[in-house]
Design a protein around this ligand. Structure first.
Ligand SMILES: Nc1ncnc2c1ncn2[C@@H]1O[C@H](COP(=O)(O)OP(=O)(O)OP(=O)(O)O)[C@@H](O)[C@H]1O
Ligand SMILES: [Mg+2]
Length: 249
């Protein structure tokens, strides 16, 4: 088996408005795969369907060949799927440490409880600190997420997506709205953290896409327009046409 994730003829509509129209995606084990496409193409919706926030109306989702269509986000999480969100989803009043610990506890299905055995909590504290260190957030460990710079908040998002040690990491526009310098740092962070993982990233910044992705899928009006290596996508006429007037590729 070379594919970690596959979607088969996936469709999804918002109250009758068709947003995904027969999407057949395949994500190979160990690859870094970018999903690109104009605004409104259906990229976030596709993530929401794959990660169990929405149920597909038709079609199937296969994870390691198992049909996982319709499973809930936490069930998919336990099967090794982690994700970050396009819109900041950290808890603003909780510190970086508390946010990451929550991610780790949720994967293990543990609710924070003062009666939990102390040695177990200690292991979780160690794991939390390790994840924070890997994400270069050590200095910000005790700062509430709401007070972090936007760039550090994105790093925290990625850290949270990684906190459950997923095999498959799904990142929705991790560099949206941050400066060029911070973008470079985030790209390095993603490269480091996903070195031995499979990653799917939705991204508008073509520099990020071309520096990270092994393969690219282009989504347009809820359909896959093209899938291939960065070079193949760059030379694809249909892709150029779809992007005309939208952005440079
Ligand atoms: N909750 C919703 N209810 C109704 N329509 C929605 C909802 N979310 C998204 N849409 C519509 O579905 C289409 C696809 O949206 P989606 O957010 O999946 O696109 P996207 O490719 O992620 O866009 P962007 O690049 O701007 O993030 C758009 O036309 C959008 O307006
Ligand atoms: Mg989106």
């Amino acid at each position: 088996m070379t594919n970690l994730l596959e979607t088969k003829d996936l469709t999804f509509s918002y109250s009758g408005y068709r947003v995904l129209n027969g999407v057949n995606l395949d994500i190979r084990i160990g690859e870094r795969h970018a999903i690109i496409g104009p605004n409104g193409a259906g990229k976030t919706t596709l993530f929401n369907v794959i990660t169990g926030t929405y149920k597909p109306q038709t079609g199937r989702i296969l994870l390691r060949g198992d049909d996982v269509s319709g499973l809930k986000p936490f069930e998919l999480n336990r099967r090794g799927m982690g994700r970050s969100f396009q819109i900041t989803s950290t808890f603003a009043k909780q510190t970086v440490f508390q946010n990451v610990r929550l991610g780790i506890l949720s994967k293990r299905g543990i609710r924070f409880n003062m009666f939990k055995r102390l040695n177990k909590m200690d292991a979780i504290t160690q794991e939390t600190l390790k994840t924070i260190r890997q994400s270069n957030l050590e200095e910000q460990k005790d700062i509430p997420a709401g007070l972090l710079s936007y760039g550090k908040n994105r790093a925290l998002e990625i850290c949270m997506a990684m906190s459950t040690d997923p095999d498959l990491v799904m990142l929705d526009e991790p560099t949206a709205g941050i400066s060029k310098d911070e973008t470079l740092q985030i790209v390095e962070l993603i490269r480091d953290l996903t070195a031995d993982k499979t990653m799917v990233i939705i991204e508008h910044d073509m520099d990020v896409v071309f520096s990270l992705a092994d393969r690219i899928t282009v989504l347009h009006h809820g359909e896959i327009l093209a899938c291939g290596t960065p070079q193949e996508i760059q030379n694809n006429q249909a892709v150029k046409d779809a992007y005309l007037g939208e952005t440079e590729i």
